[in-house]
Ligand binder design. Structure first.
Ligand code: ADQ
Length: 474
């Protein structure tokens, strides 16, 4: 056990990455800037109000950084060696759990040394959290990289309220069963008072597994797991959202409006702009989407002098083999399509493998007539929600995969099965050609949804429920 520091933080977030990026100016001064992202935006005010701490890796291997104060909260860097980055992060997190949790759309690899490293690093995160959390503090652990932290932390600090949120899907029993360390992973989550999932199906999968693997004295009833010592862990869905007002205000600013006009012009003022925005990841259905669009152009259903697909993809996990392959595949596919359709000086597909600032994203969303979001599996998918928030006029359309968590909420989107190429092509055409009345009706329903359900509300809901659960069963 670790003694509670009396001056410790009453609220602690534990995530693989810290919410800050280091910048070094020409004179060598080091500065830390808050990295943009919904989670930080939502949690910063909570952390500032309560005096919080954020425990996470700072992004550079083989380097120890002392904790420091930043924007009203404490930043607590956890060191990782280059080998741990390789085995815990790129290996077990991103080449074992990530593909398996996404329906095994890529083959998950199982390596015992990755698992050893994963346990070791999870223990380190738990230890740091135990050292900085004040007596009876609330600790919120984030995502699949830190599955084991809730139970490890509970052992060190039984006085804490512990929440866990999984940002990605939680797989069905049959898939989860393949993992050699399935019991340990399940046990890891049971250390939390509240385990949050993106959709009810994830919570149900977890509860079903808990029932199946529960040791003798553990019982599962409804959404509650009662453990041997009488403690209760609750599993529930908390669909994440975005900073809707922040995105809307950005899109409505004069700067972004001007940028949007310029962007449209740069694209040659096409009649219809289709837009894809993704992290370059094999779960996002880029191959299927680009193939479907390519066929529509090749068959003459879309005219490249009138329509364009703007596809931007942020570089991601570039050292993992499967991601390198995907990058090459997409380059090849786009090149082939562009060489076969479209006139000189005008590409059917404009593809950029790059990360863009938020204002450029907002400009892209605002000019897109059809937003195309087609993951093979996705926990939620924030891009779909960002589009709805930024696309001010009602003449937009969202084409959305049934396999994104967001499809459960954004019911007025044009839903597609990305495995069904013909079905997807038909729906893409329908989204582009439906009359203004239909499009308006759909868009305004979508807008209502993202206006009412924001990331602030999500965080508040989770933390209120965690308080209730801990009070009722603690
Ligand atoms: P991700 O898999 O990263 O998140 P998503 O929810 O779509 O997926 O979020 C991607 C974010 O990256 C968006 O905020 C988007 O604006 C940004 N982005 C994408 N392409 C970009 C580009 N080229 N330049 C700049 N920014 C870009 C995981 C889960 C999701 C879940 C979220 C939140 O996989 O299912 O919705 O966490 O819980």
């Amino acid at each position: 056990m670790t003694a509670a520091p009396t001056d410790g933080a009453p609220f602690v977030v534990v995530a693989n990455r810290l919410p800050v990026d280091r910048t070094v100016s020409p004179d060598g001064t080091i500065d830390w800037r808050t990295s943009p992202g919904g989670l930080v935006t939502a949690l910063e005010p909570v952390m500032r109000a309560k005096g919080g701490a954020w425990v996470g890796w700072h992004g550079a291997p083989d380097e120890t950084v002392e904790e420091f104060e930043h924007d009203g909260f404490t930043v607590v860097p956890v060191p990782l060696s280059a080998q741990e980055v390789n085995e815990y992060y790129e290996g077990f997190s991103n080449a074992t759990l990530w593909p398996l949790y996404h329906d095994s759309v890529a083959f998950p690899e199982f390596h015992r040394e990755w698992w050893d490293s994963y346990q070791l690093v999870n223990q380190r995160f738990a230890q740091r959290a135990a050292e900085v959390a004040g007596p009876g503090a609330t600790v919120w652990v984030q995502d699949y990289q830190l599955h084991l932290v809730p139970t490890m932390l509970r052992e060190l600090r039984p006085d804490l309220k512990i929440g866990f949120f999984l940002h990605i899907p939680f797989p069905p029993v049959e898939l989860f069963h393949q993992i050699p360390w399935r019991r340990q992973l399940l046990g890891g989550l049971m250390g939390a008072d509240l385990v949050g999932f993106q959709v009810p199906g994830g919570a149900q999968n977890f509860l079903r597994l808990a029932r199946r693997h529960a040791p003798e004295k553990v019982t599962v009833k409804g959404s509650e797991i009662t453990l041997g010592d009488g403690r209760v862990a609750v599993a529930k869905a908390f669909p994440i959202s975005i900073d809707t007002d922040g995105f809307r205000e950005l899109a409505e600013s004069d700067e972004v409006k001007a940028e949007a006009r310029q962007l449209r012009e740069d694209l040659g003022n096409p009649k219809v702009i289709f837009l894809g925005v993704d992290r370059l990841d094999y779960t996002k259905g880029l191959r299927q989407r680009i193939r479907a669009m390519g066929e529509l152009f090749a068959e003459g259903k879309l005219d490249p002098s009138e329509a364009v697909l703007l596809q931007v993809a942020t570089p991601s996990r570039e050292r993992v083999e499967e991601y390198k392959r995907l990058r090459d595949d997409i380059d090849l596919l786009v090149g082939r399509i562009n060489s076969e359709v479209g006139g000189v000086g005008r590409s059917a597909i404009v593809y950029r493998h790059a990360s863009f600032p938020r204002h450029t994203m907002a400009a892209m969303y605002s000019i897109a007539d059809v937003m195309v979001v087609t993951p093979l599996r996705d926990g939620m998918n924030l891009v779909a929600k960002e589009y709805v928030a930024c696309h001010g006029s009602d003449d937009g359309a969202l084409v959305l995969s049934e396999f994104a968590g967001a499809a459960l909420e954004l019911k007025q989107a044009y839903l597609v099965n990305p495995y069904d190429l013909n079905g997807m092509k038909e729906t893409l055409m329908q989204a582009a050609t439906d009359g203004p009345r239909v499009r308006r009706r759909r868009m305004s329903a979508l807008r209502r949804q993202v206006t009412e359900h924001t990331i602030d509300r999500w965080a508040q809901n989770f933390l209120d429920t965690l308080d209730e659960v801990a009070r009722a069963h603690g």
